[in-house]
Design a binder for this molecule. Structure first.
Ligand SMILES: [Zn+2]
Ligand SMILES: [Zn+2]
Length: 102
């Protein structure tokens, strides 16, 4: 199940479950859209993969208890600000490769 982390790993901006600003990599590393675009260049600092918009988990129980009430967001933050200089080096050989080709 997709882990709904509560904040951006880089800037700690709140990213509640209904946020349309949350981006995740395939490992669920979670950042805000601004950090993905302006700091990370769409390169995950942890795995090198690209990001996609995180889907919003329904807040209402539309079917079979598949909703936020039963499967809530995590409450503990993963706050690990990116070392920008290190990321520039890391991403330099990766950013030009489309995420689907990485
Ligand atoms: Zn951020
Ligand atoms: Zn990642």
């Amino acid at each position: 199940m997709l882990e709904l982390r509560p904040s951006c790993e880089n800037c700690n901006k709140a990213l509640p479950p209904a946020s349309t600003d949350a981006r995740v990599c395939s490992y669920e590393c979670t950042f805000c859209a601004d950090c993905v675009d302006q700091v990370l260049g769409n390169v995950c600092p942890n795995c090198g993969g690209g990001f996609e918009r995180r889907p919003v988990r329904p807040a209402r129980n539309w079917k079979n208890n598949n909703y936020l009430g039963k499967d809530p967001a995590r409450s503990d933050c993963t706050y690990r600000p990116v070392d920008r200089a290190a990321h520039v080096l890391f991403a330099s050989g990766i950013a030009a490769i489309a995420p689907g080709q990485r």
